[in-house]
Design a protein around this ligand. Structure first.
Ligand SMILES: [Zn+2]
Length: 357
């Protein structure tokens, strides 16, 4: 038993963030790594609506909100869903082909030390490099993802942001150029409407296979065709017109739900989120595009169901780390199945970290 615990510690240490990172989403697996104890998280979750949280708790809440919005981007858009599925499938295929030793902990130790095949490293690095390749107006796909998540994160905690107020927030507290550059480009075409329209146009760009090439021309054309306009503090968006416009880009692949029907394999974690969102979309306000017009107003009812489908990894008070399989499937698993599920996912995350480090 002691040996198994050692292996767990070794594996989990691969996905431990530095102390100044409050939380992050491990993209390939969907693990949400929370840099706090489970008890601290539960206390915070229970007081979530409290306006006067101490600064460290407020930061944790905002960071988890930001990371969960990345989940929403992944389960909504063809490009990101395809990316995470590809990463997971490629690593998992290798794990399955490795003739694992009989004992679980030996398997995991082997994965932490075995040389990763060069073709696998090259392929995973290629996918990640694509995220950082600049397209039209020096925009990268990663920057589209980050700038949209940062805006929604800020609006969830302050619904009444205007474009000017948001620009001031960016001037004061933008963590890096990635968190604002594509927003600034969009604002050149869309002006004061950008604060309302940006999550939708970013999402439409991410429904193509070339988001970095598409975002700027999409905004330019939307402005020219007056599909987005702003007057007296109100933004009007012609959603059907915008969808039609994005379909004209040859790289358009559609939503994650549309693309997932064509992919041969499903992602073990995000596919459940895709299904949850599809179910919610049955009610009109969650129809994907309408949702992207006001994600900050609908957030409270979406975040909790989505969190139930994600494996969570916490710091533990006993000097260990704890991984909790998703609440939605945990009750149907034996303890042994839970452990196997956790080891498999964390092994994938650890290999992904080894490749991209
Ligand atoms: Zn982010």
């Amino acid at each position: 038993m002691a040996r198994k615990r050692d292996v767990w510690n070794e594996v989990l240490s691969r996905i431990t963030p530095p102390s100044n990172i409050a939380a992050y989403l491990e993209w390939s697996t969907g693990i949400l790594r929370i840099n706090a104890t489970q008890e601290a998280w539960r206390r915070l979750f229970e007081r979530g609506g409290d306006a006067d949280l101490p600064p460290d708790e407020q930061e944790l809440l905002e960071t988890v909100t930001h990371e969960m919005f990345h989940v929403v981007q992944i389960i909504n858009t063809g490009y990101l869903y395809q990316l995470v599925t590809q990463l997971q499938v490629e690593i998992d295929e290798w794990l399955r082909s490795c003739n694992p030793p009989a004992e679980d902990d030996d398997v995991v130790r082997a994965f932490l030390t075995m040389p990763v095949p060069p073709e696998l490293s090259e392929s995973v690095r290629g996918w990640i490099a694509e995220l950082d390749t600049p397209g039209a107006e020096a925009i990268t796909t990663r920057a589209i993802v980050e700038s949209s998540a940062f805006l929604v994160q800020k609006r969830i905690f302050d619904h009444h942001f205007t474009h000017d107020a948001y620009l001031k927030t960016l001037d004061d507290s933008c963590p890096s150029p990635d968190y604002r550059h594509p927003y600034d480009v969009a604002a050149r075409y869309l002006g004061n409407a950008t604060v309302d329209a940006y999550p939708l146009v970013a999402c439409l760009a991410l429904c193509t296979l070339k988001p970095a090439e598409v975002l700027a021309p999409l905004c330019e054309e939307a402005s020219r065709q007056q599909l987005i306009s702003h007057s007296s503090g109100n933004t009007a968006m012609d959603i059907d017109g915008l969808i039609g416009l994005s379909r004209h880009f040859p790289s358009f692949v559609g939503t994650a739900a549309q693309l997932s029907e064509m992919l041969p394999l499903a992602h073990p974690v995000y596919a459940r989120g895709v299904a949850v969102f599809k179910e919610l979309a049955g009610t009109n306000q969650y129809a994907q595009w309408a949702f992207m017009c006001t994600p900050h107003l609908l957030w409270a009812t979406l975040a909790e169901p989505l969190l139930r489908f994600h494996p969570l990894v916490f710091n533990d008070t006993r000097g260990r780390l704890t991984m909790i399989p998703p609440a939605a499937i945990r009750s149907q698993m034996t303890e042994q199945e839970q452990e196997q599920y956790a080891l498999r996912l964390v092994a994938t995350a650890a290999i992904y970290a080894r490749i991209i480090d």
